[in-house]
Design a protein around this ligand. Structure first.
Ligand code: SF4
Length: 257
């Protein structure tokens, strides 16, 4: 039977996709404004570092798994002695669940996390020769590893241009109208669409640090904000941007989330 409006199924599919895309909230910023926002964030932190401590991709993976619903400071305190004795999947598996639990019992959900750390260490040994895989499918197949954790590891350990939307990035995406979305995945898709390629590698860290230290949840510190003139958030309290100068990393001050 002919299509009532004489359109092919393929054309109807394209229309539906376009309609879905047009329903997605759009960024309130022009491409030039987005580029200027990220240029300034890049001047502030040319080589941003995450605040979780690690010595190799494996310890980064473990630290990110442990950081769910915990502060970076709390995780670092627990992992310093743990990684001193177990910085490979083989050593971690040999240590065993009970001993890992002793190291991390100051971290929320530690029992479950100790179980996952041992299970993912064994999976890395059995399925990946003891190496941390780079691709998302292999990472998310590991025990206790979700898409956000995989994105952090892919970005931080291997340099992939991914964005793991945490509470800070989700807030900034919506508060500023940079990449509005009802879910972390929607904000991630919006950000990946608008951020110029040259800034994608570090965008994840810039946005987290901006959210943690300046565009804070309860009271944004607009006086200290280098993008105050560009910002379109209803909450902002000034249009005058803070001086654009490089900021030294502050590992020990981390974890105010
Ligand atoms: S001006 Fe204020 S609300 Fe806007 S990004 Fe800066 S800190 Fe956040």
């Amino acid at each position: 039977m002919a299509n009532p409006k004489g359109k092919t199924p393929a054309a109807a599919g394209k229309r539906a996709t376009a309609a879905t895309a047009s329903r997605r909230p759009r960024s309130r910023y022009s491409p030039a404004e987005v580029a200027e926002i990220f240029r300034r964030l890049s001047v502030q932190r040319p080589e941003p570092v995450g605040e979780l401590e690690y010595v190799n991709p494996f310890t980064l993976l473990v630290a990110v798994v442990l950081s769910a619903q915990a502060t970076d400071v709390g995780v670092n305190k627990a992992t310093r002695p743990l990684f001193a004795v177990a910085d490979t999947p083989q050593k971690m598996a040999a240590l065993g669940e009970a001993a890992v639990g002793e190291y991390i019992r100051t971290i929320g959900l530690w029992r479950n996390k100790a179980k996952n750390v041992i299970a993912l260490s064994k999976a890395l040994i059995h399925d990946h020769g003891g190496r941390v895989p780079e691709d998302e499918a292999s990472l998310t197949a590991l025990p206790g590893v979700g898409r956000k954790t995989a994105n952090v590891v892919r970005n931080t350990a291997f340099g992939h241009p991914t964005i793991a939307v945490d509470t800070h990035i989700f807030r900034i995406g919506n508060r500023l109208g940079l990449a509005p979305g009802k879910t972390p995945d929607a904000v991630e898709a919006g950000l990946l669409k608008i951020i110029p390629p040259q800034y994608l590698r570090h965008a994840h860290h810039w946005l987290i640090l901006h959210g943690r230290y300046v565009c804070k949840a309860r009271k944004p510190d607009c006086q200290a904000c280098v993008i105050a003139d560009l910002c379109k958030a209803g909450e902002k309290t000034t249009d005058i941007p803070a001086p654009l100068i490089e900021i030294a990393p502050l590992r020990e001050d981390a974890g105010l989330a």
